[in-house]
Design a protein. Structure first.
Length: 270
């Protein structure tokens, strides 16, 4: 992955006042592995070509910078997140518990699957899902890499043999992602935003693709309503960057409204 020197990244009007507040790392820290870079203990270091005046640097060293978008309607967006998360967890709580029970009774292993994901600014967090695969799914991933049907760093197989029978139904209607309302309530995710990648995917990101980390990841976005797994990765990235550049409060509301029929009709779901 290319490293962007600070002098090569055009400065934004808002970044100068934030530079002194940014964390500075030693040469040894910068040379740490990418996986370590995205661990909880280590500040994130990732190059980015985002130089929009509406972006400010989250971390600055003498080697690389990652930018976070400044959202003018941040309070309204957060209020929308909290309202939807609370309604979903309270009203949908019994249904989520029922689904968790079905997962537990129909396959070996826990009902909730916890996985490390990369969020805004490259910060790692634990993302929660209803388990839709066999409990040792990650151990079999290397054996299935040659069957990957998606371009880019992501890994997807339409008829993935690791998916459980009930897991296939959960994934078809995105019900496995309902526990992520807890991530939204914690402020690690938003209702609308790019889907959170796993660290191994971020390791292979180009500078342009790292632009997806400029905002909080979300439950739904333009990719979700535009075809989901039926969209190539480059188009997926293009839609995410388009959302980040044009995001607005009412734009989020429209995406949420469009997500409901997209999920019910299972468009592009694997």
């Amino acid at each position: 992955m290319a490293i962007a020197e600070i002098r090569d990244v055009p400065a934004s009007p808002h970044s100068a006042s934030r530079t002194n507040e940014s964390a500075t790392a030693s040469h040894s820290e910068v040379r740490q592995t990418l996986l370590r870079r995205f661990s909880v203990e280590t500040p994130p270091f990732a190059p980015s070509i985002l130089a929009n005046p509406s972006h400010t640097p989250s971390t600055v060293s003498q080697h690389c910078t990652i930018y976070i978008k400044t959202i003018p309607f941040a309070r309204a967006k957060r209020a929308l997140d909290v309202i939807f998360a609370l309604i979903g967890l309270i009203a949908g709580g019994p249904f989520i518990l029922f689904l968790a029970l079905m997962v537990r009774l129909t396959s070996r292993g826990p009902a909730i699957f916890k996985q490390k994901r990369v969020g805004i600014g490259g910060r790692a967090f634990n993302c929660y899902k209803l388990r839709s695969m066999c409990v040792d799914a990650e151990c079999h991933k290397d054996q299935l890499c040659h069957l990957n049907e998606v371009s880019g760093p992501v890994f997807k197989i339409k008829n993935d043999p690791r998916i459980t029978p009930i897991g296939r139904w959960l994934r078809k209607f995105s019900l496995d992602e309902l526990p992520q309302l807890y991530n939204v309530l914690r402020g690690e995710m938003s209702i609308v935003g790019p889907r959170p990648p796993v660290p191994s995917e971020v390791e292979e990101y180009t500078d342009r693709q790292l632009g997806r980390l400029a905002v909080k990841p979300g439950l739904t976005c333009l990719w979700q309503v535009g075809g989901r797994s039926g969209i190539a990765f480059e188009r997926w990235v293009e839609l995410d960057l388009m959302y980040i550049d044009t995001m607005s409060f009412w734009g989020d509301v429209r995406i949420i409204a469009r997500t409901i029929p997209a999920v019910i009709l299972a468009r592009g779901a694997h």
